[in-house]
Design a protein around this ligand. Sequence first.
Ligand code: C2E
Ligand code: CA
Ligand code: CA
Length: 399
Amino acid sequence: YEYVMIWLNVQKFKVINEIGGFDLGNQTLKYVYSEIRNHLLDNEYVARMFSDNFAILMLYDNQQKLEYRLNRCFEDINDYESNSDYKFRFSFTTGIYLIDETDIPITQIKDRAHAARKLVSPQDNDLCVYHYYDNTIRIQMLNEKDIENRAYLALQNGEFEVYFQPKYSVKKHQLSGAEALVRWNHPTRGFLSPAEFIPVFENNGFITHVDLFVFQTVCQMIRKRLDAHQAVVPVSINMSRMHFSHPHFLNEYIKIRNKYNIPFKYLELELTESIVFENIEMFINIIKSIHQAGFMCSMDDFGSGYSSLSMLKNLEVDTIKLDKSFFATKDMSYEKEKIIVKNIIDMAKALNISTVAEGIETHEQVNFLEHTECDLIQGFVYSRPIPIQNFNDLLDSQL
Ligand code: C2E
Ligand code: CA
Ligand code: CA
């Protein structure tokens, strides 16, 4: 091999954003970039791909030399003067593809390095963990290829199904909403979880079709119930970032909403927090257009990564969904987490933003939330996501 492609991820980068804010985050990325650049030869290259991910094209001799060079680079990155009390120690994970096929597109070369990187489980103490692309990754990528190839057919065949996960009010323990979540009932591979196919569809753009299918199914369901004078609750629908590359990304949503004539109070679009990190101005504009169109808007996975409490006031969302990771400790014994959650909820309350706690599994957690101003709970403690028929039955029996 003459060259290797390296996919590089900065570990715990979100901490920098949380502590130092956005500007420091951006500065840091520039710093990391220029340090890498300084360690490369003339015919070697580095580019930032997105957020804290870099792709590096390096000449290859042998594995030992390569890792030696990279380690030197990472050590140098950590060798800086800090004028604050706090000195961040950078650590990294990498996926490495020894380029054995030179006639494939560069994007595919990059994808292989990226795929290898995704399989790394970082250890806290390591400066860098290296993971090399190999045959098992190749098989996994073939699986992904199958997912890609069958997507259109699957949508036509009705293999995608919409599940509903109920949300309950904290104060009254009453069914008060739901989130629509997609499932793929694959003819040979059985039920696929979103984790298996959504990243693939986000890569190739097919996710926008899935999202609209989910949205349409939700509108259909609400219309049917309204016509039958049955109880209805607001439903939130996930909206992938892929939509935002189209200038009129809301047109299809508006068309479908109009077709079924659904009152706007029943429809909320969920955007994931990580979009904020990529471009906060863009995020603000997206929220504006969603509101102009009449829909409600929620920020999903709040606190999972890049956003900080102080940013909340600039984002005019109606709802924030506290990320599952806050509730990873099921017995709520972790004081620090409780304080953060309380702070977020208080801040949201002050800004008139409603809050949903997600991933709630235990009564201890419900108990804790009852002592906050949190509005809704979504989690296994009440219900897993359920098929549409079961959700209809639940609405009929509880409301
Ligand atoms: P998400 O939007 O954060 O959805 C919540 C996920 O948390 C769901 O996983 C849900 O089943 C899970 N969950 C809910 N309560 C609990 C709990 O108490 N404990 C635990 N451990 N998990 C809980 P699911 O359905 O597998 O979806 C995963 C992700 O896939 C979603 O995360 C969302 O990002 C994406 N997704 C699902 N449906 C769609 C869709 O229609 N469009 C788009 N763009 N993304 C979707
Ligand atoms: Ca969601
Ligand atoms: Ca979420």
